[in-house]
Design a protein around this ligand. Structure first.
Ligand code: CA
Ligand code: CA
Ligand code: CA
Length: 421
């Protein structure tokens, strides 16, 4: 395999540096271990209660008027629970929607990709001979994930923001290191641009701008308050810069989280389009995860590169919605909305190489990229108009293959496979 240039060895070396673990918890005594909580004061004196709580516990994120997240130990948590004017809850952990260990094929750093337009790109462009991609100019894609290897040849020119929401000091600007691989892979499917030499890999919308927001740790797990803060930050940045923004969340959990729900609703109210993985807990009914299951997030199911009943097939692992809503072409909580390629997806990887992995995590950025591409071409659209267009394109490409899939809107594939053409 041809080498891409000497620069790659530097990139590889950079990727091997061990990320520092910031501010490891100092509490070693039994019962003194701290954990993440959200504290909300209630009642007529909620404001002053909050002020005094903030003096005791250093706030991490203030995600509501009378609340904030912080760290405390079991003893402190139990004490606050007894106070009727304080609502204190443990912050939920959220995970990425892929098993990255299930990598099938890897191209080492420094080598050119074996495919410049992987099957998912050809499929969503509806052209088996597609050799490059285009579009997305002026639209931001905020990838809330494990970070991004922003030095990758095929991503470096797309990076506009790189921020870390997971460190002990919240919101580190200019840092978004990905030691996991998941976020780098997701970003590549959405907007890899082939690199300056145009010999690299292509995502759906290579002219879009990448906002790489690290919200999950290197083990692929993160806290819902960090994710909620990143969602709100993306929405505020979209407003401040007066630009169109698509949020991609290839992450989730079985249960609904109020911090993330409120943040998604906030972003949606600010005109941001929110796209999320449906989850990898299929194929049974009701296996869909959050935040995809929220009405204000587009839940994306994963397709395999395999035909059944004359269409692509929904992967068994792809989480399902509820059969009772089949055929209604309406979106309510718990519905799968759109399908996209998500099995055996080849994309960018930390260090500068490429890797093939599977999950609804891989399907979601195909839709985020398509959204950016359609929005850039139709800048007068509101985010709700854009969502309708994506739904219509999906309905025009009905999916019939896979457990639970059938004619029209179904709980496995949603409205269908939304394509470029
Ligand atoms: Ca949804
Ligand atoms: Ca339905
Ligand atoms: Ca169908």
């Amino acid at each position: 395999m041809k080498k891409r240039s000497m620069v790659m060895s530097l990139l590889l070396a950079a990727s091997l540096s061990v990320p520092s673990i910031a501010n490891a918890a100092p509490d070693q005594e039994r019962g003194q271990e701290t954990f993440r909580v959200y504290v909300e004061s209630t009642g007529v004196s909620a404001k002053s209660t909050k002020q005094s709580l903030k003096k005791q516990y250093e706030p991490r994120w203030e995600l509501s008027e009378n609340g904030f997240s912080t760290e405390m130990n079991e003893k402190q948590f139990n004490a606050l629970q007894k106070n009727k004017n304080i609502k204190v809850t443990k912050v939920q952990e959220v995970e990425l929607e892929t098993d990255v260990r299930a990598s099938e094929y890897e191209t080492m750093a420094g080598e050119y990709p074996t495919q410049q337009t992987p099957w998912g790109i050809k499929a969503i462009y509806n052209n088996p001979n597609q050799t490059t991609t285009s579009g997305g100019s002026g639209v931001n894609i905020a990838v809330l994930d494990t970070g991004v290897f922003t030095s990758h040849y095929d991503l470096v020119n797309t990076v506009e923001q790189c921020k870390d929401f997971t460190q002990a000091t919240p919101l580190v600007n200019g840092a978004c290191n990905d030691a996991n691989g998941h976020g780098t892979h997701v970003a590549g499917s959405a907007l890899a641009d082939g690199g300056s030499d145009k010999a690299g890999i292509y995502g759906v919308a290579p002219d879009a701008d990448l906002w790489a927001y690290k919200v999950l740790g290197d083990n692929g797990s993160g806290y819902s308050d960090d994710i909620a803060a990143a969602i709100r930050h993306a929405a505020d940045q979209a407003s401040a810069t007066r630009t169109k923004t698509v949020i991609n969340m290839s992450l989730g959990s079985a249960g609904q989280d109020s911090l993330i729900t409120n943040a998604v609703n906030y972003a949606y109210s600010k005109g941001v389009l929110v796209v999320a993985a449906a989850g990898n807990s299929g194929p049974n009914q009701g296996s869909i995860g959050y935040p995809g299951a929220l009405t204000n997030a587009i839940a994306v199911a994963a397709l395999e590169n395999r035909q059944q009943n004359g269409t692509y097939r929904v992967a068994d692992f792809s989480s399902r919605g509820y059969a009772q809503t089949d055929g209604d072409y309406a979106i309510q909580q718990g519905d799968v909305e759109i399908s996209a390629p998500g099995a055996s997806i080849y994309s960018t990887w930390p260090g500068g190489g490429y890797n093939t992995i599977s999950g609804t995590s891989m399907a979601s950025p195909h839709v985020a990229g398509l959204a950016a591409k359609v929005w850039a071409a139709n800048p007068s659209y509101s985010h709700t108009q854009l969502r309708s267009v994506l739904q219509n394109r999906a309905a025009n490409n009905d999916i019939l293959g896979g457990f639970g899939a059938g004619y029209g809107d179904d709980y496995a594939s949603g409205f269908g496979f939304a394509k470029v053409n």
